[in-house]
Design a protein around this ligand. Structure first.
Ligand SMILES: [Zn+2]
Length: 334
């Protein structure tokens, strides 16, 4: 812009900021920038009222707006900030929240939000693969390049239970991976292992990308032979999460893995050192991830279009049908 303009002498004369010295400082030391993956613009009060209690009401927490669905969260202590960074995928209503470290030299509009930290479960691995070493390798295609996966294992690196639990950072602009193909040199065998995601926020069952639903999908995938969406929740979400999301919809028997009890204690989310499936550390959950948090902006929008409401209820109906394994041929809206 500046290069194309013929500046007047006054315009071209730089205002000198004395910011190279001294300790002028308006921003706190511990802060995160976040973005809510919602297609509509949410009021900052909506964002705050969802995240503050989910984060355990940390003392000194201040959340300020930073642009469309972007906010800056300031914490009083590093521990509070770290708990949020290491915690489950956070949601406002059903929409996921992407977090980044705060940097005074960044501009909200230029910031790219694409990483979501999430615990995944690799299902039904043979004992020989249930080790940190193989876990880190197996999640390679799922996690972002450069981030180090965190494997939930015991002191010797071994994992126990019916699945291996690994914390990875996923790229929210790419389809979720439904599993991993693993080749064993020792056995000379290639095998597929299903992957499930814990606390997965709103995503598209049709294309597998976060931030929109299948009714708004611009690149829908083909349904499977049984009518299911290619990225259906009964494939990608953990049995516990499916129960919560579908508000008591009945689970098909045999789908629940052992020992997935969760408490509602605040935020702490660290892999246990002793046993991976013996109850994941507590994660605050909205009782119904699909219940929207109301906001003035949203209310207005809802009043304008009744369609969104209809879509939502059909989505809900679809979810519970899917969960019960009912083929949805007649539901053409999704
Ligand atoms: Zn989609």
């Amino acid at each position: 812009m500046m290069g194309r303009l013929h500046l007047t002498a006054t315009e071209a004369a730089a205002v000198v900021l004395d910011d190279g010295a001294g300790d002028f400082k308006v921003h706190p030391k511990w802060a995160l920038v976040g973005k809510v993956l919602s297609p509509s613009i949410l009021h900052i009060n909506t964002i705050t009222s969802a995240l503050r209690p989910a984060w355990g009401n940390p003392r000194g927490l201040v959340i300020n707006p930073g642009g469309d669905n972007v906010f800056v969260a300031e914490f009083a202590t590093k521990a509070d900030k770290d708990r949020v960074v290491d915690g489950p995928p956070w949601v406002v209503g059903k929409h996921g929240v992407l977090l980044r470290e705060f940097d005074v030299d960044q501009r909200p509009k230029d910031m790219v939000f694409k990483c979501l930290k999430v615990w995944i479960r690799i299902i039904n691995l043979p004992f020989g693969y249930m080790h940190r070493r193989w876990g880190e390798a197996i999640v390679g295609p799922i996690g972002m390049v450069g981030s180090v996966p965190l494997v939930d294992c015991d002191a010797t690196g071994r994992c126990w239970g019916s699945y291996m639990r690994v914390r990875v950072e996923i790229d929210v602009h790419k389809p979720l991976m439904r599993g991993v193909t693993v080749f064993s040199q020792r056995l000379n065998v290639t095998e597929w292992f299903d992957v499930q995601y814990e606390n997965l926020p709103h995503y598209c069952f049709s294309c597998g990308i976060l931030g929109h639903g299948s009714t708004e999908c611009k690149d829908p995938g083909e349904r499977e032979a049984d009518g299911r969406h290619p990225y259906s929740a009964d494939r990608l979400c953990t049995p516990d999460d499916r129960k919560k999301k579908y508000s008591g919809a009945k689970m098909s028997s045999g789908s629940a893995s052992a020992g997935q009890g969760r408490s509602s204690t605040p935020v702490k989310e660290k892999p246990s050192q002793s046993h991976n499936n013996g109850g994941a550390p507590g994660k605050p959950q909205h009782t119904d991830d699909y219940a929207e948090v109301s906001s003035p902006a949203k209310d207005k929008q809802r009043a304008r279009t009744k369609k969104s409401k209809a879509d939502k209820s059909s989505a809900k109906e679809k979810l519970s049908s899917q969960d019960q394994g009912i083929v949805g041929q007649k539901r053409k809206s999704q």
